[in-house]
Design a protein around this ligand. Structure first.
Ligand SMILES: Cc1cc2nc3c(=O)[nH]c(=O)nc-3n(C[C@H](O)[C@H](O)[C@H](O)COP(=O)(O)OP(=O)(O)OC[C@H]3O[C@@H](n4cnc5c(N)ncnc54)[C@H](O)[C@@H]3O)c2cc1C
Ligand code: SF4
Ligand code: SF4
Ligand code: SF4
Length: 354
């Protein structure tokens, strides 16, 4: 089981120290939860924290690298995107959108945030046993996102809708595997999908029995829940905790509460943006098997980018997909807007310093 790449740790590792110093303490952490997925020394309390000393004997850890698996799987540390694309995706290279097999848009019968595509893909994959569980973001307390391992149609349907906040989705992969799940779907923002791929590459590539389908969501930014909640009260007079739906569309932040919709410009919420998002240049989840977002399609529809055979098979399993027009230029314009906003001055996370 030991290989040169995965030496057992027999002395205190510097892995977490490096992660803390270069990512967490600098405010670059996305709170994806990947570092804690397989390591019981890391707990997630709004930020990853180390409990006890992380001095591990061989038996305690499957394949902790010399630098620490926690550092290697973090989406904000050095990453070779081309290597990950090569390992997981299969399609034509589109200069703007990444690896693409098919770009389309449309809706399904399920009512979701936009076209209900993500929920329909999950329901279809579960029905056809493409996977035996799905890691989704349920609504936690208020409008927070709580990652869960859904195993039933009801749990998947209950998790519909976007929560515009960070959730440690990737922490659930380790938990699902420990529960004996072998075919896992995960829904996540681009940073969470990147962490998933790094985790697969670092830990799971030799474990062929574990099969992961990564469904990515387009993402411009996520928010700090408490600040967003304060701003929603200040600007819209609404308690976010009690909202029925939150939507960001065409530059507006729209909150539905008591059947009524109020909105303001998203830019009025700048104080609630998570700091780490300023260092992120991936809008369309370029490493996902299949990416879904609202940009590029009409209201009530979703844009879909299929990036791998696995993603294609899952998409083809939908039996109620109704296609609509897709605005490729619209997606490219937002993706390049995000790239143009990328913060490169001052200290940057390791991913941008290579
Ligand atoms: C933080 C965030 C920012 C986004 N920003 C944009 C944007 O700028 N432009 C754009 O086009 N689209 C954006 N999206 C995606 C968009 O809001 C929809 O999720 C997407 O269009 C899918 O719609 P649907 O109807 O197919 O989803 P549904 O069928 O409603 O399913 C949504 C799925 O997303 C999961 N989910 C919800 N919140 C989270 C979360 N925080 N983390 C991980 N999974 C979650 C749910 O569990 C569910 O499985 C964003 C999503 C998130 C989470
Ligand atoms: S993953 Fe490895 S290096 Fe990181 S905290 Fe755990 S034992 Fe330490
Ligand atoms: S792996 Fe995720 S949760 Fe852990 S430090 Fe990196 S960004 Fe934060
Ligand atoms: S903008 Fe980037 S870092 Fe922020 S939540 Fe979205 S994918 Fe993650």
């Amino acid at each position: 089981m030991t290989s040169e790449m995965f030496l057992p740790l027999v002395k205190p590792s510097e892995g977490f120290e490096a992660l803390k110093e270069r990512v967490i303490a600098k405010g670059f952490c996305t709170y994806c939860g990947a570092c804690a997925s397989f390591c019981e020394h890391i707990v997630l309390k709004g930020m990853p924290e180390l409990v006890d000393d992380c001095s591990l004997e061989y038996d305690d850890v499957i394949r902790c690298g010399v630098n620490g698996i926690c550092y290697d799987v973090c989406p904000m540390t050095e990453t070779n995107d081309s290597e990950l694309e090569e390992a997981f995706l299969d399609g034509e290279r589109d200069a703007e959108l990444g690896i693409v097999r098919k770009l389309t848009a449309g809706s399904c019968g399920v009512q979701g945030q936009d076209g209900g595509i993500v929920t329909s893909l999950l329901l279809s994959g579960m029905k056809k046993s493409t996977f035996d569980c799905a890691i989704v973001a349920a609504r936690g307390s208020g409008f927070r996102a709580e990652p869960i391992i859904a195993t039933s149609e009801e749990e998947i349907k209950d998790a519909r809708g976007t929560k515009y906040v960070a959730a440690p989705m990737v922490s659930k992969i380790g938990e699902a595997i420990k529960e004996g799940k072998k075919k896992i779907a995960i829904v996540g923002t681009p940073c969470e999908i990147k962490a998933t791929r790094k985790l697969q590459q670092a830990m799971l590539k030799e474990v062929e029995a574990i099969d992961i389908v990564a469904i990515g969501l387009f993402c411009l930014k996520s928010f700090d829940y408490d600040v967003l909640s304060e701003k929603t009260m200040e600007l819209l007079g609404i308690e976010l905790d009690k909202a029925e739906k939150v939507q960001i569309s065409r530059g507006r932040y729209i909150v539905r509460s008591n059947g009524k919709e109020n909105s303001c410009k998203v830019t009025a919420l700048v104080a609630a943006y998570r700091n780490n998002c300023a260092y992120c240049d991936d809008f369309t989840a370029r490493l996902a098997d299949i990416s879904v977002g609202s940009t590029g399609s009409s209201d009530g529809s979703s844009t879909v980018i299929i990036r791998s055979k696995k993603g294609e098979e899952l998409f083809n399993s939908l039996d109620d997909f109704v296609p609509t027009d897709v605005d490729r230029e619209g997606i490219i314009s937002i993706a390049s807007f995000k790239r143009g906003k990328l913060k490169m001055e001052g200290e940057v996370p390791p991913i941008l310093s290579v």
